[in-house]
Design a protein around this ligand. Structure first.
Ligand code: FAD
Length: 523
């Protein structure tokens, strides 16, 4: 519990409505899809960097821990849940200013509470030749929180860890930091220090925008044979390495799409186990078959470049996979035309076309997202509606890094799917090729709230994935809060991280346990 003096000091920093100490309200706000609880000291909502600094100083003075978030949409990884008990939660949502938009150089400086929906609308309204990087996490998620987690968006500038600069804020010792801009400064670039760490609280950062190009097409590759997954990834890797593809490409199986789409499962399948083949059957329609795997990505450049790139994609795919894969390219116009057609009479009344319209609408949202139009579609697809917390859903992501070598992909898929099978679940494969050489595999572990038997199996599955995939050579790329305290580092990293922690946050007040970084790691 916070001491009386600490509460008085916090209430001097922000006025009482912005400090919540009521335990029922704290419980309500920290509900999450992991189904876990933590004891919290309160929630405080500062509005300025000075207030954040005063909170950090108070934490040092009164010796309590603080856990900051930006918009708390870390759904499936913890939302508002801190890593440990007894933190004062710092909600940075009120710090929601777009501090600067440079429409000549194409960058923005944003505070933590700026959401991707807000930024997307702001940039689009100015009709400048730039667009933001958008993730699938919904319009209410943030740029800063996504960056603090090392997230990935869907556009050519999607690798947040690599893109952020001018990261500023308050270290755990109460001093200000500014990571600098390079080559506009000298000395080391410190921006990466604030990703997946607990050295300080970020109050602002700079993120570049994508330059809009004259040409743009999204694509959808439908793979017909399950056994061709590795060959498809080889094609995508080559297209990435030759810069035909410059943004993230996603590869998913039919089961994953079914779980994230609003397609109703026909009663004929009610008592069947939904394998990937069954999911492909359900997703298909007499007008368009659906294969076991689907890949979605985008092509950017001048009109001529885009046409040439599309020809290359088609040629390489045909050369490597023959008729076992087909690709469709979409422009804003062709997609708009198709959607209009499917929603017009008589097509809107025919079962086969209405079945096609749902997935096409989702594809259209992805088509927009890859051009910087933030969308709630993926969140709604998974959860049915956008909410403040997702306590009614039970979901944990386990995310792994897989090198894009063919033998690694095959080995990884075998290891992960065997884990799922052994625990009585089918494998919803979702792979993001975030660079030509790097795949992030997002493993969804979900269960029905209240089904204890299923929950037990799901938690055992998560544990097995964490142990067996690491053992097989595939480390996590990111962790949910429930696993962060157990994060382990090798090769001199514990000493380095411990030394940095002691120097920037000597009393260990910031986010104890976050990504396993603390004051005593080297033993
Ligand atoms: C349907 C769906 C789709 C998703 N798609 C994507 C995707 O495409 N790409 C992706 O990367 N993720 C994705 N996610 C995961 C997640 O929702 C996003 O990463 C989201 O951006 C994180 O939420 P947030 O931005 O509100 O960050 P927050 O929840 O605010 O922050 C995340 C964590 O970062 C730290 N942190 C946040 N702000 C600060 C700060 N100012 N100072 C210090 N530390 C801070 C805290 O530890 C916090 O818990 C998806 C999730 C779902 C459910």
């Amino acid at each position: 519990m916070l001491s009386h003096d600490a509460v008085r000091e916090l209430e001097r920093i922000v006025s009482p409505p912005h400090f919540i100490g009521d335990s029922d309200e704290l419980k309500r706000r920290t509900r999450n899809t992991l189904g876990l609880e933590r004891r919290a000291l309160g929630i405080i909502c500062p509005e300025t960097e000075e207030q954040v600094q005063a909170i950090v100083r108070a934490a040092n003075h009164h010796r309590f821990s603080i856990y900051a978030y930006s918009t708390a949409k870390n759904i499936g990884y913890g939302e508002r849940l801190p890593v440990t008990d007894d933190n004062l939660i710092v909600d940075l949502g009120r710090m929601n200013k777009i501090v600067q938009l440079d429409s000549e150089l194409g960058f923005v400086d944003v505070q933590p509470g700026v959401t991707q929906g807000q930024l997307s609308d702001y940039v689009r309204a100015r009709e400048i030749p730039f667009f933001i990087d958008a993730t699938g996490a919904g319009r209410d998620s943030s740029i800063v929180g996504n960056s603090a987690e090392g997230g990935f968006g869907t556009t050519p500038r999607g690798n947040k860890r690599k893109e952020i600069t001018c990261v500023r804020g308050i270290y755990g010792n109460g001093e200000r930091f500014d990571s600098g801009y390079f080559p506009g400064s000298i000395g080391p670039d410190l921006a990466g220090l604030f990703v997946q760490s607990n050295f300080g609280i970020i109050t602002q950062l700079r993120i570049p925008l994508n330059r809009a190009t004259e040409g743009y097409r999204s694509f959808m590759i439908n793979l017909h044979e399950e056994s061709d997954l590795v060959a498809l990834l080889e094609v995508l890797r080559e297209l990435g390495q030759t810069r035909t593809l410059t943004s993230q490409v996603i590869v998913v199986n039919a089961l994953d799409i079914l779980g994230a789409s609003r397609v109703e499962i026909p009663s004929a399948y009610a008592n069947k186990s939904i394998t990937n083949a069954v999911a492909a059957e359900i997703m298909g329609s007499p007008l368009a078959s659906f294969g076991p795997f689907l890949s979605v990505g985008s092509v950017h450049g001048s009109r001529g470049e885009v046409r040439a790139k599309c020809r290359t994609i088609r040629r390489v795919l045909r050369g490597r996979l023959g008729g076992r894969a087909d690709v469709r390219f979409m422009t804003d116009r062709s997609l708009g035309f198709l959607l209009g057609l499917l929603s017009s009479w008589p097509f809107s009344k025919i079962g086969a076309t209405t079945r096609l319209a749902g997935p096409l609408r989702s594809f259209s949202e992805a088509h927009g997202m890859m051009q910087g139009i933030a969308s709630d579609d993926a969140v709604i697809g998974l959860f049915g509606a956008v909410k403040d917390t997702y306590d009614d859903i039970r979901l944990m992501w386990y995310s792994s890094h897989v090198p894009a070598r063919l033998k690694d992909v095959a080995h990884f898929v075998e290891a992960a799917s065997s884990c799922y099978r052994r625990h009585g679940f089918e494998y919803p494969l979702e792979m993001l090729m975030v660079t030509p050489n790097d795949i992030i595999a997002i493993q969804k572990v979900d269960w029905q709230k209240g089904d204890e038997e299923q929950e037990k199996r799901a938690r055992a599955l998560y544990k097995a994935l964490a142990e067996e995939l690491v053992e097989a050579g595939y480390p996590p790329y990111r962790l949910g809060v429930q696993s962060q305290q157990r994060a382990r580092y090798r090769d001199g990293r514990p000493w380095t991280l411990e030394t940095l922690k002691k120097s920037f946050d000597p009393n260990g007040v910031i986010a104890p346990g976050r990504y396993g970084i603390d004051l005593a790691m080297s033993d």
